[in-house]
Design a protein around this ligand. Structure first.
Ligand SMILES: C[S@@+](CC[C@H](N)C(=O)[O-])C[C@H]1O[C@@H](n2cnc3c(N)ncnc32)[C@H](O)[C@@H]1O
Length: 336
């Protein structure tokens, strides 16, 4: 049921950031080298991020919020974030997709924001407004990495696998930005404390299908089953397999299924096993090279603490196309 409190909590994204394990050494270094003296949260909420910033020795703290009951100066930061010179934004803005606002019946509370932009989530509008400041650190959904949002102002992206919020399991990353436009080859990507590569390295590994084969997802006629999401068991990851091997009633597959699917592919029956084998090899290699950065995060972690991932069907299609080529080439070689 939508009570007044739950409408407010959802439409204003009032999930507070009580944990501080998002502060990694390289993020602290970024704050130090920025030379800023004011910590500034334009979505200040209960002030949790500013409280963490207190331990970092800033000279001043500034908070704003649209909810006057929280005791900050009033500002609608999804319309405008006033620039404060000498400050660094440290914030966790509201997250709310257009789709989810409609589904929860709270769209009218946020329509004025979505009507000003083409973004599908409020956090992206919040980033755009925060970029009016010279420096900032913003905690955003990890799906940001795969979004088309321009990333040239970023200094780094840090994937945080530990669970950050007390009351939501939203997978997040931390983006740091300064006032300089940079090529993606200069933007660092971290997993926790570990530097894993520059953004252009990951962008080059993105898989785009050629659409040169008949491949249909969510087809009850499919010859290949795909568990498109990691289970919590690290030994049962995303996998292509024969339909008889999947522990799921495939009659439940619908047009909209995103986690388990049956794939129909225009290939001879005797190629299917090889296509499955090559698809799994290519996927394994892709995950290793990309460190999973290009796969969508899925709520909750595996039992070993790593984030669960989902294989989107565009990447799956590109993998299947290559697997098809490898399987048919190896079949031809065997005939010679
Ligand atoms: C996710 S909470 C984060 C609070 C704080 N940064 C933290 O992590 O503890 C988002 C906050 O943004 C505020 N907010 C939502 N929409 C806003 C808007 N348009 N302008 C300013 N603040 C807004 C909410 O009231 C809420 O306090």
């Amino acid at each position: 049921m939508n009570t007044d409190t739950s409408i407010k909590k959802r439409s204003l994204g009032q999930f507070f950031t009580r944990n501080d394990f998002w502060i990694k050494e390289h993020i602290l270094n970024f704050i130090r080298t920025s030379g800023t003296t004011i910590a500034y949260d334009p979505f200040a909420g209960s002030g949790d991020l500013l409280k963490v910033a207190r331990e970092m020795g800033f000279e001043k703290y500034e908070g704003l919020d649209v909810d006057s009951s929280l005791g900050w100066g009033f500002n609608d930061s999804l319309l405008n974030v006033p620039k404060i010179s000498g400050s660094i934004i440290i914030t966790n803005p509201p997250y709310l997709t257009n789709y989810s606002a409609k589904r929860r019946g709270i769209y009218s509370a946020v329509e004025k924001y979505f009507s000003t932009c083409d973004y599908d989530d409020l956090y992206q509008l919040a980033i755009e407004k925060c970029l009016q400041n010279d420096f900032g650190i913003i905690i955003v959904p990890e799906t940001f990495i795969n979004s088309g949002f321009p990333k040239n102002r970023l200094v780094s992206i840090t994937i945080i696998e530990d669970q950050l919020f007390l009351d939501t399991e939203n997978p997040v990353c931390v983006i740091c930005f300064d006032n300089k436009i940079k090529p993606y080859g200069k933007i660092k990507v971290y997993k926790g404390n570990e530097f894993i590569g520059y953004l252009d390295y990951f962008e080059k590994l993105r898989r785009i299908p050629r659409r040169n084969r008949y491949i249909k997802f969510n087809s009850l006629e499919g010859q290949i089953a795909l568990r498109a999401v990691d289970t919590t068991n690290p030994y049962k990851p995303i996998l292509f397999m024969k339909p008889s091997e999947i522990d799921y009633d495939l009659r439940g597959i619908k047009h909209s299924s995103r986690l388990i699917t049956l794939i129909e592919i225009g290939a001879d029956f005797d190629l299917i096993d090889k296509i499955i084998e090559y698809s799994n090899n290519l996927l394994f290699d892709f995950r290793k090279k990309t460190r999973d950065v290009l796969l969508s995060p899925f709520k909750g972690n595996k039992k070993n603490g790593e984030r669960r991932r989902r294989l989107d069907y565009m990447t799956a299609r590109a993998i299947l196309e290559d697997a098809y080529d490898l399987a048919s080439n190896s079949a031809k070689t065997n005939l010679l």
